[in-house]
Design a protein around this ligand. Structure first.
Ligand code: ZN
Length: 78
């Protein structure tokens, strides 16, 4: 009888341990930024000041050159 109680305790302890392990895993980890290798935002360097910025934020001139701002586009334009 003593061993039956011990077995029950061990089974309960095992079930609790297993549940805790499943809960600790929790929800799947969300995306940690862009995956390695993936480059969703192309970065460009301003030819005037060398500032790096996403191409989407850059000011592009008629030749297709991208600048950090309208001022630098005009500065390089002449
Ligand atoms: Zn610039």
């Amino acid at each position: 009888m003593k061993y039956l109680v011990l077995l029950a305790v061990l089974v309960i302890a095992y079930m609790v341990w297993r549940n805790a392990r499943i809960e600790r895993r929790g929800p799947p980890p969300g995306p940690r930024g862009p995956a390695p290798g993936a480059d969703p935002q192309e970065m460009i360097a301003c030819p005037v000041c060398g500032l790096h910025l996403p191409r989407a934020d850059a000011v592009t001139d008629a030749k297709g050159l991208a600048y950090c701002s309208q001022e630098h586009r005009l500065l390089a334009g002449d």
